[in-house]
Design a protein around this ligand. Structure first.
Ligand SMILES: Cc1cc2nc3c(=O)[nH]c(=O)nc-3n(C[C@H](O)[C@H](O)[C@H](O)COP(=O)(O)OP(=O)(O)OC[C@H]3O[C@@H](n4cnc5c(N)ncnc54)[C@H](O)[C@@H]3O)c2cc1C
Length: 387
């Protein structure tokens, strides 16, 4: 397994254990069937509780049965899961960083006790509703609204492109509280079996096919005021969750790129043309050399991010740089790996084309590549170029 600058040497026992557990899980439970799931457009739902039992959901949080492992261990987990498939890593990212994190960071004690243990074991599934049909890159334009009515809120609006909404028990819905002054964005815990909630599945995806994606329709949905996340108001609520998830994505992308590299390396040494393995041709060696270099430098960025996060110094702009760089890197390497596999490379028998089309989603969700470019541009110049 590619580890060109021996990062392994610096891992502690806990980090090795988590990485090895995830690697074994991917080898035994994900890789054998993921191509079939990808073709069928299904998620291996039987793995949801198994991933919970293995501690894959928000292990970097503590309390409520969560172990509070270090950020590097969490990153390694995301890396290994995405080496299987970005759909598997998305399941863990959404459940942990986008659902459990906001409840942990901004929820009441009752909300934490109600949801964190069940979400942690995978006995409940959560989803994160921010994107709307007319507001993707600019979530501040959201139209979903929550109106206070006595000791309840009435929610109306629609969310789209929501990972796991069709199988979710609870949705963290971000909406404008129109009955409050200046209509701030607030987070609402919406149980999906409430009257007026619909969660239609989006079926026609060509990317991230082994992941369930859907909409959330909210039509006069009544929830008690206890379901508001009390600890946050404004766009910083959803954005702080996205910073957590993007940290995991920066690591995950390294995993899919590494799997593409290993597949291409093995193929190049096995496949013979012109009387010997294609790995003997300088053009193929140049591709492997470049892939290994790109993966290694992206991995170093991910490791540095974990150190900064661990000591509380990580800035969202640094996460933007790593998400932007590492996902582009992975997309580029997946294409090269696919190319090295010739015609066989376009099938589900090999991982690179599946990773490549998954990475089209990863390039777009959690802030598009363009938007992270603008975040960095603003940070570097002090001038915002969003509008
Ligand atoms: C499979 C999948 C799963 C997802 N899961 C979730 C989820 O669980 N929860 C959730 O809330 N969302 C989710 N999303 C939504 C995702 O976050 C959005 O698709 C993303 O934010 C982009 O929004 P958009 O698709 O509306 O594109 P748009 O915002 O319409 O962007 C279209 C293009 O315009 C560019 N663009 C936009 N604004 C600017 C600008 N100011 N300057 C330059 N270029 C610009 C973009 O970079 C992009 O290339 C998911 C998406 C997918 C595909």
């Amino acid at each position: 397994m590619l580890d060109y600058v021996d990062l392994e040497a610096d891992l502690d026992e806990e980090e090795r254990m988590i990485r090895d557990t995830a690697r074994r899980f991917v080898e035994e439970k994900v890789k054998p069937d993921i191509g079939d799931h990808y073709e069928a457009g299904t998620f291996p739902e039987e793995l949801i509780t198994e991933m919970g039992e293995l501690g894959f959901y928000a292990p970097n949080l503590d309390g409520y049965g969560l172990p509070g492992v270090g950020e590097r261990a969490y990153g390694l987990l995301m890396q290994e899961l995405e080496a299987g498939d970005a759909g598997i890593r998305s399941m863990a990212s959404v459940q942990g960083a986008l659902v459990m994190y906001p409840i942990h960071a901004f929820g009441s004690d009752e909300q934490k006790e109600r949801w964190l243990p069940e979400l942690g074991t995978g006995d409940a599934v959560g989803c994160f509703g921010l994107t709307e049909p007319q507001h993707g890159s600019n979530p501040g334009g959201m139209e979903t609204r929550a109106e206070a009515d006595g000791d309840e809120y009435v929610l109306n609006g629609s969310k789209t492109w929501i990972t796991n909404s069709p199988i979710a028990d609870v949705a963290v819905v971000w909406a404008r509280e129109t009955s409050a002054e200046e209509s701030p964005i607030r987070g609402f815990l919406v149980e999906t079996d409430r009257d007026g909630v619909t969660t239609n599945k989006i079926d026609d995806k060509l990317s991230m096919r082994a992941s369930i994606t859907g909409e959330i329709g909210l039509n006069d949905v009544r929830i008690p005021e206890e379901n508001v996340l009390p600890g946050v108001s404004g766009l910083k609520g959803p954005l702080s969750c996205l910073t957590q998830a993007r940290f995991g994505i920066a690591w995950g992308a390294v995993g899919s790129a590494r799997d593409c590299f290993e597949t291409a390396r093995e193929y190049a040494t096995d496949r013979e043309q012109f009387g010997g393995p294609i790995a003997r041709f300088q053009i193929q060696q140049e591709k492997l050399a470049e892939m290994a270099t790109q993966i290694t430098t992206s991995q170093l960025l991910a490791y540095r991010l974990a150190d900064l996060k661990e000591r509380g110094d990580l800035r969202p702009e640094q996460v933007s740089m790593a998400k932007r760089n590492n996902v582009r890197m992975a997309r580029d390497q997946a294409r090269i790996a696919r190319e090295m596999l010739g015609g066989n490379g376009i099938t589900t028998d090999y991982s690179p084309m599946r990773h490549l089309s998954n990475l089209e989603t990863v390039y777009t969700y959690e802030g598009t590549h363009d938007i992270h470019t603008l975040v960095l541009g603003k940070d570097l110049t002090g001038i915002a170029a969003f509008e």
